[in-house]
Ligand binder design. Structure first.
Ligand SMILES: [Zn+2]
Ligand SMILES: [Zn+2]
Length: 233
C-alpha cells in the first residue's frame, strides 16, 4: 500500500516516458507495450543466406552478393520501431535498450530452435578502438554477452579486432560498403577459432558487408563455420 503510494508519487514527481513514443509509462518500463508490439517481425520461411523472409525463388536482398558467412538470422525487420530502438541504443546511449533486444533474440533462438548446442564460441562484431573510445560501449557486446551466458557458450571479445583504417559504413552505398570494409578486421590468436563453429553477433545486418568480412577473417583463422545473429535485418 505505502509502496504503491510512493511509486505513484515518484511517477508524479519524475514522470517516465516511453523512449520511443514519449507516452507516460510506469517506472522501470523503458519502452511501452504498444511500441514493442509494433516491431515488425521477420517471419519464416527464411532465406538460407541472409535470414530474411523469402517466399520463393532468389532472395532480392542477397542474390547478387558474395557473403562469407554460412547463415544469418534476425528476429526483426530493420524498419520502424526496431530501427528506432537500435538508433536509441547506438547514438543516444540508451544502453538499457540492449536488454529488450536480448530478450527478443533469446525468444527467437528458442522459438525457432536455432542450434546453439553446435556453437563453440560467440563473437560480438568489434568496434575499432577509436570508435569504442567515442561511444564508450560496443552495442554488439551488450547483446552477445547475455546470450552467451544464457546458453552457456564461450564469449570471445578482443580476439577478433577491428582496425580503424576505413570509413564508417553507414554513409556508404551497398557496393562501396563491401569494398570499404575489406581488411577492416584481424584475429590476434588463430587457435581460439580453429576448427570451431562460430556465432557472430551484431545489432543489425543491412548489406551484410560487415558480418561477411568478419566471417571471412574468422574462416581464414580456421573457423569451421560462421553463423550470424543480428537483432534486425
Ligand atoms: Zn511507446
Ligand atoms: Zn537472402
Amino acid at each position: 500500500m505505502l509502496r504503491d503510494i510512493l511509486a505513484g508519487l515518484i511517477n508524479i514527481i519524475y514522470p517516465v516516458q516511453c523512449l520511443v513514443c514519449k507516452k507516460l509509462v510506469e517506472q522501470e518500463i523503458i519502452v511501452c507495450r504498444d511500441c514493442l508490439s509494433s516491431i515488425k517481425i521477420n517471419v519464416p520461411p527464411f532465406c538460407r543466406r541472409c535470414g530474411r523472409n523469402l517466399k520463393e525463388g532468389n532472395c532480392p536482398y542477397c542474390r547478387n552478393i558474395r557473403l562469407y558467412f554460412d547463415r544469418a538470422f534476425s528476429p526483426c525487420r530493420y524498419v520502424g520501431t526496431s530501427a528506432e530502438l537500435i538508433h536509441l541504443l547506438k547514438y543516444k546511449g540508451k544502453i538499457k535498450i540492449s536488454g529488450i533486444l536480448t530478450e527478443i533474440l533469446i525468444k527467437f533462438i528458442t522459438g525457432f530452435h536455432i542450434a546453439m548446442d553446435k556453437i563453440a564460441v560467440i563473437v560480438p562484431v568489434p568496434l575499432s578502438s577509436s570508435k569504442l573510445r567515442e561511444r564508450e560501449f560496443n552495442q554488439s557486446e551488450l547483446i552477445s554477452l547475455p546470450i552467451a551466458e544464457k546458453f552457456k557458450i564461450r564469449h570471445s571479445a578482443g580476439n577478433l579486432i577491428r582496425l580503424s583504417n576505413n570509413k564508417a559504413q553507414v554513409r556508404l552505398k551497398a557496393q562501396s560498403r563491401f569494398k570499404n570494409i575489406q581488411g577492416a578486421f584481424a584475429v590476434k590468436h588463430n587457435d581460439e577459432f580453429y576448427g570451431q563453429n562460430v556465432l557472430l553477433i551484431d545489432d543489425v545486418l543491412t548489406t551484410g558487408a560487415t558480418c561477411s568480412e568478419a566471417a571471412r577473417i574468422l574462416k581464414e583463422s580456421g573457423a569451421k563455420s560462421v553463423s550470424v545473429l543480428t537483432f534486425a535485418s
